[in-house]
Design a protein around this ligand. Sequence first.
Ligand SMILES: Cc1ncc(COP(=O)(O)O)c(C=O)c1O
Length: 349
Amino acid sequence: MKDKLLSPSIFIGVQGDGMISFGSGQPDLPPPERVFRILPKYRQFKYGLIPGQVNLRKALAKQYGGTADDFVITNGASEALDLTFRSICKPGDKILLHKPYYYSYLPMINFNNLEPVFTETIRGKIDISDFDNKVRGCKAVLINSPSNPTGRVQEVSTLKEIERLCSDLDITIISDEVYKDLIYVRENYMLKGPQVVTINSFSKTFAMCGLRIGYLYSNDRSIVDDVIEIKTHSSMNTNILGQEMAYEATKVPSAYVDNQVAIWKERRDVVYKGLMDLGLELWNPEGAFYVLPKVKDPRKMVWDLFKKHKVITYLGEWFGAPDRIRLSYALDVDKIEEGLSRIEKYLDS
Ligand SMILES: Cc1ncc(COP(=O)(O)O)c(C=O)c1O
């Protein structure tokens, strides 16, 4: 029989019928109002430029530095990650990633015939000596801070040491920054330097995940050119209406993000305290919107919560953490509290 808990696909999009979903990492907060304003008058449905609309790339260059030519607009961060692997790697190349990791990293690495190398984390934080031991011989390292699934933010000193090591060893850093704005503990420190490929999207900060607008940023012209060449023959341009809506999002005042972070932080506090009160061991999330508690028999728990208590959670093994389950707290406080009380019932039973 096919493994019923083989992948998150069994839960993606499942809702209604009293279900409380701590599953998908999909913000429930509304996108900024101004992104809708262009819709009634929008009439442009031709092919767009493969690297992306110039206005959007220029706006991103204002935020990040560089020029519009250093950016490629992609179908979400997902396509940006895949195109980066395809442009910089050849089959058999090694990619270092910190564990636990986002569940799509490993399939993407496998689809591209690359070899994953894992560096362990301590309470979700990169252990720089383990990193140092494993990084040699790798083509690229993949960093994700704040992290899905741990919610942990890497120390600035660690990130600077990674920059130094990768620069000395001429190793590409692929920095997945999709949660860079959703951070509770400090300002985000963005990895930088000529060896860094920055990946981001409008999915999380602006709650626009269905529009599929992401991007990559690199000062290395050969990477950008290769990405454009591959994209020309795979997906072609990214949806141009979505890009215009994303462009509107770049004009939103920073207060929008501050308000969102305040909401996420309140939810983080409720879910963290709630799970601690239930006696579970977990790390306090410092960003993003996930917790990764350690539980007994995660497969039974995820399945029984789903079938008997109408609660969706994700299996830690999908993220390289087989003794844990992952909860996304992208839902309002009332639902989080109801979900926690159902988890309590499960634990009591
Ligand atoms: C760490 C990480 N990277 C990339 C993605 C994909 O994001 P996008 O919707 O922009 O493709 C996700 C989505 O959950 C994520 O958590």
